[in-house]
Design a binder for this molecule. Structure first.
Ligand SMILES: [Mg+2]
Length: 161
């Protein structure tokens, strides 16, 4: 299986997206804080990644905390995501995100219970850089614009390599 470790804030939304929502007044009409605001344009880019590589998503965003996988999946689907949410990383408060991702990979290697087979390729999409030894697997997303098509070549290189 190929895996996209996915952050939400700064990746599936952006400074630009929040500014546009604020200026249009659309963020006044929705409950804020209860669910992430996800940019459908960024989700389209995510769709093109998962469609062309058959990769699945593992959520690393802090939005996963206390949120069942079904709910994470629903949030993404509501924003237009057409792929599969396999799960989320465990939360180790105070530890770098790279440690949480490494733990997920270790668990998947020891207990391949998700029936999709071993992880052959993966990429990390995040606007932060605290990935420890996994830093080479990071495609660092600029939170000003979030995930855009310009990152596709770098992302696909990780998943097709
Ligand atoms: Mg982020």
């Amino acid at each position: 299986v190929k895996v996209v470790f996915l952050d939400f804030d700064g990746v599936l939304n952006s400074v630009r997206y929040h500014r546009a929502r604020y200026e249009s007044g659309s963020d006044m009409h929705e409950g804020r804080g209860a669910r992430p605001c996800l940019d459908r344009e960024a989700v389209k880019v995510l769709n093109s990644i998962t469609e062309s590589t058959n990769a699945v998503v593992v959520v690393t965003s802090t939005w996963r905390t206390g949120t069942p996988r079904v709910k994470l999946s629903e949030w993404l689907r509501d924003a237009g995501f057409e792929g599969i949410v396999l799960g989320a990383t465990m939360r180790f408060p105070g530890q770098p995100r790279g440690a949480e991702i490494q733990d997920w990979l270790d668990q998947a290697a020891q207990h391949p219970s998700h029936r999709l087979g071993p992880v052959t390729h993966f990429v990390i999409l995040d606007d932060d850089t605290d990935m420890l030894d996994l830093y080479p697997k990071l495609v660092h997303i600029d939170d000003e614009a979030g995930l855009t098509a310009e990152y596709l070549p770098a992302i696909l290189k990780h998943l097709e390599g």
